[in-house]
Ligand binder design. Sequence first.
Ligand SMILES: Nc1ncnc2c1ncn2[C@@H]1O[C@H](COP(=O)(O)OP(=O)(O)OP(=O)(O)O)[C@@H](O)[C@H]1O
Ligand SMILES: [Mg+2]
Length: 303
Amino acid sequence: MAGTVPVNIDGAQAMLAGEGYVAGRGLSTVVFLALKLGRPLFLEGEAGVGKTEIAKALAKGLGRRLIRLQCYEGLDASSAVYEWNFPAQMVAIRTAEASGGMDRQGLTEELFSSDYLIRRPLLEAMEPHAEGPPVLLIDELDRTDEPFEAFLLEALSDFQVTIPELGTIRAPEPPIVILTSNRTREVHDALKRRCLYHWVDYPDFDRELAILRARAPEAGETLSRQVVAFVQQLRSEDLFKRPGVAETIDWAKCLVALDAIALSPQVIADTLGALLKYQDDIARLQGSEAKRVLDAAEAALAG
Ligand SMILES: Nc1ncnc2c1ncn2[C@@H]1O[C@H](COP(=O)(O)OP(=O)(O)OP(=O)(O)O)[C@@H](O)[C@H]1O
Ligand SMILES: [Mg+2]
């Protein structure tokens, strides 16, 4: 039932499944523990394996708000927490000057009141929410730099934010924090230590088939099994960039759009762009290679 906090690992797994997210035992366990112990959850893994989606499914399943802080190079505290609305403040000053009515003290108080505050994700996550603590997704943390990480470490340890002009805002209950990383660089140990950790791996055949059933049910059972077997086989090849689950889903949808009912070397060659995003990888699969991978996939399906 939406809005109920799971009481055990099975409950966590069922809640995610209810939102179309297929989680294995390991992931369900850390999700349950993160909720139970109120610890941030740090998720690492390759691109497109479902890291971001976990936070979305969790927020939906719990009936909470999802607040997302998308990280990027150069992200600083003011873009993450709050900023003063400078243009609006300027307008207010001009208006006050023109009317000549307001005293200096009153104007300052007015300009630094919450009306002129722009709330960024971390501040929003610390404010009270009627439905309960929100899910705070800090996405792609590896894209930021170390100073921001240090700042985050502090924000996550006491769940409060101080705005000099307004005072300290403390979360009534800590938000549920999910951090993700594609591991383009190692995140600092100090931050990791605060969190529960889980490596989100490529799913095995059965789990990927279950994901496809949930996310692309329009692809029939036969095609879905072939697609998953092929992608699984492809991941064992020497590629520059292996396809993620997102690509599997995309590819299945493309095949359905082309009315393909089964894989053939031709249809594979025509649709490889849904699966592989580097020309070198696509070139490797031209000609007899696609057929070889397909044969291997079919042998695995039969065996
Ligand atoms: N276990 C799963 N159950 C259901 N859907 C999944 C699962 N794993 C991945 N997906 C689907 O795959 C797609 C990609 O997932 P998502 O965006 O969460 O990946 P990501 O790991 O955050 O990738 P990136 O590192 O590129 O941001 C989504 O559409 C999601 O629905
Ligand atoms: Mg993501």
